[in-house]
Design a protein around this ligand. Structure first.
Ligand SMILES: *Cc1c(COP(=O)(O)O)cnc(C)c1O
Length: 401
C-alpha cells in the first residue's frame, strides 16, 4: 500500500512532521474558479509537480469527482501516474514530449502540447502506424519567450497539419508572461496576438475546439474587457466567452494561494495545505549562548528554545533562518539561528507553558494566528509556488475531509 494511504495509527509511529491537505479547501477553490468563468468554459486543473506539493493523485481524484474536465501536467511521467491511479479525463502534457516518450503518450492516452514541426511529424507517423487519430494542442509564443511557435509562423504549421491526417488539433494555447502585474498592457497585447493567430488559423479552415491562455492570475483578473452589451451578465466570465477562450488552466489558485497580493481582494481562496510538526526538544539557554551553525543567533536574555524536527531537507528553506516564525500555543515563535537539514530552532521565551511534543505550525493556522505560503515566500525571497512544491517527498501528506 502506498504511504499516502497509511492510517493515522501508522503515522503516529513516525516523525510528526506532516503536510495536512484539506480536501474541502480544494473543493472550495475549484468552485470559486467555476463561479469566476462562464458556464461554457472548461477547467484544466494544473496538477504538475505533485499538484504543487499537495499530492497529484489525491488532488486529481477530488477534482475529477467535482466534474473537472481536463488535467494538466508538466511531463508524461506525471500523466502516467494519474492514469494508473484511475484518472480518466483528458490529460495535457504542458511541458512537451521528447521523441522517446511518444510511445507512452499514446499508450496512456495523454494529449501532447506541440510547438515544433519535427514532433508534429513524429506524432503523426506514430498515429498512422497505429491507425488512429491523435489529439494535440498547439502552443503559440505570444510573449512568454518560452515554449511555442511564433504566431507569424503558425501558418507553416497549418500547411503541415493539413497533410497530417492522423492528427486532430484539439486546442491552441499560449501563456501569459506577467498576468499578475498591475500594468495589464503586455498581457492584453499577448491576448490580442493570440486571437489574431487563431483568426488566421480559422481563415485557413482550421478551427480548434479549445482555446486557452489563462493561468490563475488571468482567471482572477481577465484581460479582454467584455463589450458593454455583455458586461452586465457577469464580470470576469464574459471576457473569455467574448474572445472565444473556452478553457482555463488554474494551478496555484486551486491550492488556495494567490499569484500576487494585489489579487487577494478579488477572490476568496482557502489554503489547502498546512505544514505541521511537534516540539522535539525544549531547552533553556543563558543570555550570550548561541544557537545553530555559524552562531547567527545569540540569546540577548535567558531564553527558552524549542527544537523542531523539520529542516531544509523537508523544504523548510534555509533562507528563512532568523526570519520566519512558527505557531506554538497560538503564538508566533521566531526561528532562532540557521535552519539545519533536519532541525529548526525557535525562540519560545515569550510563550508560557510550552511543552515537549506541543504542535508547531510552520504553514497554516493555529488559534487565531495564520502563516501563509505567501508570507513564507516573501521572507525567503521567492514565490508561493516554490514554497509549496518545495515541500519534499519525505514529508508525509495526510488528507482530511
Ligand atoms: C503551471 C502552468 C499553469 C498554471 O499556472 P498558475 O499560475 O499556477 O495558475 C498554466 N499554464 C501552463 C502552461 C503552466 O505551465
Amino acid at each position: 500500500m502506498p504511504c499516502h494511504h497509511r492510517s493515522k495509527e501508522t503515522l503516529l509511529e513516525r516523525r510528526p512532521t506532516i503536510a495536512v491537505i484539506d480536501r474541502e479547501a480544494l473543493r472550495h477553490n475549484y468552485r470559486q474558479i467555476r463561479s469566476n468563468i462562464s458556464q461554457a468554459t472548461k477547467v484544466l486543473a494544473v496538477v504538475k509537480a505533485n499538484a504543487y506539493g499537495h499530492g497529484d493523485v489525491e488532488t486529481a481524484a477530488v477534482l475529477q469527482d467535482l466534474g473537472c474536465e481536463y488535467f494538466g501536467v508538466a511531463m508524461p511521467e506525471e500523466g502516467i501516474r494519474l492514469r494508473e491511479s484511475g484518472i480518466s479525463m483528458p490529460i495535457l502534457i504542458l511541458g512537451g514530449v521528447f521523441p522517446n516518450q511518444i510511445a507512452e503518450v499514446f499508450e496512456f492516452s495523454l494529449t501532447p502540447v506541440v510547438f515544433d514541426l519535427f514532433t508534429l511529424r513524429l506524432i503523426n507517423e506514430f498515429a498512422a502506424k497505429k491507425g488512429l487519430i491523435k489529439d494535440i494542442h498547439l502552443k503559440l509564443d505570444t510573449g512568454m519567450g518560452r515554449l511555442g511557435i511564433r504566431p507569424q509562423d503558425a501558418l507553416l504549421l497549418v500547411q503541415e497539419l493539413s497533410g497530417a491526417r492522423h492528427i486532430r488539433l484539439e486546442g491552441v494555447l499560449s501563456h501569459f508572461a506577467e498576468a499578475e502585474e498591475e500594468d495589464r498592457s503586455f498581457s492584453k497585447k499577448q491576448a490580442e496576438l493570440f486571437l489574431k493567430a487563431v483568426q488566421s488559423l480559422r481563415e485557413s479552415g482550421i478551427s480548434p475546439p479549445l482555446l486557452h491562455m489563462a493561468n490563475s492570475a488571468a482567471i482572477i483578473a481577465p484581460f479582454l474587457s467584455p463589450s458593454p452589451r455583455v458586461r452586465r451578465v457577469r464580470k470576469g466570465a464574459v471576457a473569455y466567452k467574448d474572445a472565444g477562450f473556452n478553457l482555463v488552466r488554474p494551478g496555484l489558485m486551486l491550492y488556495g494561494a494567490y499569484p500576487s497580493e494585489r489579487l487577494m481582494k478579488k477572490i476568496d481562496l482557502k489554503p489547502a495545505l498546512a505544514l505541521k510538526t511537534r516540539v522535539l526538544s525544549l531547552k533553556k539557554i543563558d543570555a550570550g549562548f548561541s544557537v545553530s551553525y555559524g552562531r547567527r543567533f545569540v540569546a540577548k536574555r535567558n531564553s527558552a528554545i524549542a527544537v523542531l524536527p523539520i529542516g531544509y531537507a523537508d523544504g523548510y528553506m534555509r533562507s528563512l533562518s532568523n526570519k520566519s516564525s512558527v505557531l506554538i500555543r497560538g503564538k508566533r515563535a521566531p526561528v532562532a539561528g540557521v535552519i539545519c537539514m533536519d532541525l529548526t530552532m525557535c525562540d519560545v521565551t515569550d510563550i508560557p507553558d510550552v511543552r515537549e511534543h506541543d504542535e508547531a505550525v510552520l504553514i497554516g493556522s493555529q488559534g487565531s494566528e495564520r502563516i501563509t505560503a505567501e508570507e513564507i515566500a516573501s521572507l525567503a525571497g521567492t514565490i508561493p509556488y516554490e514554497v509549496l512544491c518545495g515541500i519534499s517527498a519525505r514529508v508525509p501528506r495526510v488528507y482530511i475531509s
